[in-house]
Ligand binder design. Structure first.
Ligand code: FAD
Length: 301
């Protein structure tokens, strides 16, 4: 099933997981996935090589578990920077065999010291290639409410985003952000640039100091004063930091859903318990928003 249809009549709630470490069996993630199943998300996406890892296995196997054992639509991340055209086609064929036809097409995180292959220097090259060669795939792309860290400026970044959408991306998932106003400003810029596909807001519950420092260093996403205060006050208490990080994410989600966001994509970091707590605290908000959408659609028809 193509994911774009989902956005027509609901506020989507999706999750992201990453494959277990290199030498661990892929099935090690099954208990986490089973716990996430109770949330009944609209889809679960699986990363590939995220964070500059050269560990490029497990994604297909985990997508298979999600889609064919748990009956939840799976989305496979496909980074292009270190793959040849043949490797990408091979990966898409493997996904087709397990009936996963949804991908998140990315340039990919840079791997320090490794030379890119050169077939897909930017995500738009990959989106166009998949769109032409495997038109049965639904393609999502990434977007950046705080501007991509390497971009020459917001105007260029949005222009490049438009290129990805024109090449065939039918849905966007944002990088994490901590200030909802940055997301609303970005939505407006995208709209002005003629980007009209659904945009999911990426939310990462930051529940420990080390994680936050690493994330902000990789992404360049600024921490608002409110979050820095949480960090200063609670960084030495594991429990308080976790509770405050969850509350901050819940607060962001409730505000975004109230403002009519197309969907929320939760970066679970494979912490099913945290994802569950966030879902339990926001489920009624999604239910109410979706009931309202259904009524509006009914009245319009
Ligand atoms: P692009 O769209 O290519 O953009 C990268 C930079 O190049 C931007 O600054 C952009 O403005 C510029 N640019 C874009 N097109 C052009 C062009 N045609 N000419 C000149 N400049 C251009 N990484 C992984 O390795 N694996 C994952 O599984 C993964 N999952 C992710 C999931 C999400 C939701 C997000 C937001 C990111 C994910 N990433 C992952 C990280 C992503 O690969 C990095 O953020 C990467 O730096 C950029 O990827 P992109 O697809 O947005 O690249």
């Amino acid at each position: 099933m193509s994911l774009t249809a989902l956005f027509k009549n609901k506020t989507v709630f999706s999750l992201e997981v990453f494959p277990p470490k290199k030498d661990s069996p892929k099935e090690a993630i099954l208990p986490t996935l089973q716990q996430l199943q109770s949330i009944n998300p609209d889809f679960i996406s699986v990363t590939l090589g995220a964070g500059g890892s050269d560990h490029y296995t497990g994604t297909v196997q985990i997508a298979d578990l999600i889609q064919n054992q748990l009956n939840i639509p799976a989305v496979a991340h496909v980074p292009g920077l270190y793959q040849t055209r043949e490797q990408v086609l091979n990966l898409l064929d493997n996904l087709s065999e397990i009936n996963v036809k949804n991908i998140l097409a990315l340039r990919g995180d840079k791997i320090p010291g490794k030379q890119p292959v050169g077939d897909f220097n930017h995500a738009n090259d990959l989106v166009a290639f998949v769109h032409q060669n495997r038109p049965d795939f639904s393609i999502a792309s990434a977007c950046y409410p705080n501007c991509h860290a390497e971009a020459t400026g917001f105007v260029d970044d949005i222009a490049h985003l438009r290129t990805k959408v024109d090449a065939g991306a039918d849905h966007l998932i944002s990088q994490l952000f901590f200030d909802n106003q940055a997301f609303y400003d970005f939505q407006e810029k995208a709209e002005i640039a003629g980007i009209h596909v659904p945009i999911e807001a990426g939310i990462m519950p930051c529940t420990n100091k080390k994680q936050i420092e690493r994330i902000t260093q990789i992404t360049g996403v600024p921490l608002p004063k409110k979050f820095s205060a949480i960090l200063d006050r609670y960084q030495n208490s594991k429990e308080a930091m976790r509770d405050a990080g969850i509350a901050f994410a819940v607060d962001q989600i409730i505000d975004l859903v109230s403002e009519g966001v197309d969907g929320i994509h939760l970066y679970t970091m494979n912490h099913a318990d945290i994802a569950e707590r966030i879902w339990n605290a926001t489920k009624s908000v999604f239910d109410a928003a979706n009931a309202r959408t259904r009524t509006t659609i009914k009245h319009r028809s």
